[in-house]
Design a binder for this molecule. Structure first.
Ligand code: FAQ
Length: 316
């Protein structure tokens, strides 16, 4: 079959909602787009552990500490799961990690903001995990089989994360005036970065058109952002918090909330590596990688010594 016929058959498979699996033929650009998006998603899960890790030793109760630890460990699991899914596309874990450390590969802009108070941990769970779920529920139907299956499992855990974040803020909002003010302050600082997580407006999004044709993306950046705003407004009302956007109002005609202009200059500054914590985040990941060298060496030496313990599965 020539390249053109393969391309046609591939698109027919996508249009018929048949998942693409690792050994199927796929256009090189489809493979590259998936490697880019999935590896960046994996990096986001791993870098996303850092802002929360900042509060493990200072969580207010033993119970909160245990919950936070479990959540952060879940994020590590998501990262590893996504790295494995990306490896099925023919890239190694090492190559992905090098791309993160060199700044070639991105990770979500939202993780470049600092966690200044305990309420920030609530805001991350409620808003950042909330936004991540909105995006990932759509990705459960993505066209690449291993990515789609990873999302199904990850979404289940993210729902617990979102709920625990809401619970932290709900507790603070039932507390003293100072505690409620702390919750409002965290909300004020995390609202816009969470809205930005969905990426540039559809008209400015470089990859959306092709990724939609390939059904990698099932909903656009703006559609998901709107879904998130609509879902979150009522939750803020339950908490008794004020959304830090004077332009936010219900639009009866559209049956959606209108919201104010996003500061894209801030978004691109952060994406390009100049946000409040970008350098700190990459330095922390680089250090963790360097400190783990002996573990990788030991694992490789063990595997070399014990290869005979695992019978070959090769049929040749
Ligand atoms: N930050 O053409 P588009 C989580 C880049 S997981 C940084 O629209 P695309 C769990 C984009 O890469 C959160 N860069 O791109 C957790 C592209 O640049 P490139 C992560 C961004 O791919 C919670 C350029 O802008 N989730 O939170 C961002 O079609 C709590 C043009 O953009 C995922 O990664 C951004 N926010 O759509 C963990 C989901 N937005 O690559 C711990 C999977 C855009 O050409 C604690 N990813 N850019 O150099 C996606 O769904 C998509 O990749 C989008 C972007 C929607 C993020």
């Amino acid at each position: 079959m020539d390249e053109k016929a393969l391309q046609l058959r591939f698109q027919e498979q996508i249009d018929a909602e048949i998942k693409i699996e690792p050994k199927d033929w796929m256009p090189d650009a489809y493979r590259k787009t998936l490697i880019r998006q999935m590896s960046q998603h994996a990096h986001s899960e791993i870098v996303g552990m850092l802002p929360e890790g900042n509060w493990v030793t200072r969580a207010p109760t033993l119970k909160r500490k245990a919950i936070l630890l479990a959540k952060i460990q879940d994020e590590a699991g998501h990262g590893l799961y996504l790295y494995s899914a990306t490896e099925t596309l023919g890239i190694s874990r090492d190559e992905m990690i090098q791309a993160l450390h060199s700044g070639k590969a991105k990770y979500s802009s939202v993780f470049n903001y600092p966690t200044l108070s305990w309420a920030d941990i609530g805001a991350i769970g409620w808003l950042v995990d909330g936004a991540a779920i909105m995006n990932q529920v759509a990705l459960m139907r993505t066209s690449y089989g291993p990515y789609s299956r990873a999302m199904i499992r990850i979404c289940k855990e993210e729902s617990f994360h979102q709920r625990q974040g809401f619970d932290i803020l709900y507790t603070l909002c039932q507390g003293s005036e100072e505690q409620k003010a702390m919750a409002q302050d965290a909300f004020n600082r995390w609202w816009w970065p969470s809205i930005m997580m969905f990426g540039p407006h559809d008209a400015e999004s470089t990859h959306s058109s092709q990724s939609t044709k390939w059904k990698i993306k099932r909903k656009s950046n703006d559609e998901l952002r709107q879904d998130f705003v609509d879902a979150t407004v009522q939750q803020a009302e339950v908490l008794g918090l004020t959304i830090p956007d004077p332009d936010l109002k219900w639009n009866e005609e559209r049956k959606h909330y209108d919201f104010g202009a996003i500061n894209w200059e801030e978004f691109w500054t952060v994406v390009k590596g100049n946000g409040p914590c970008n350098r700190e985040r990459i330095a922390a990941r680089q250090k963790a990688y360097d400190d783990g060298e002996w573990v990788r060496d030991a694992a490789a030496a063990y595997a070399k010594k014990h290869t005979h313990a695992y019978p070959s599965t090769s049929t040749s």
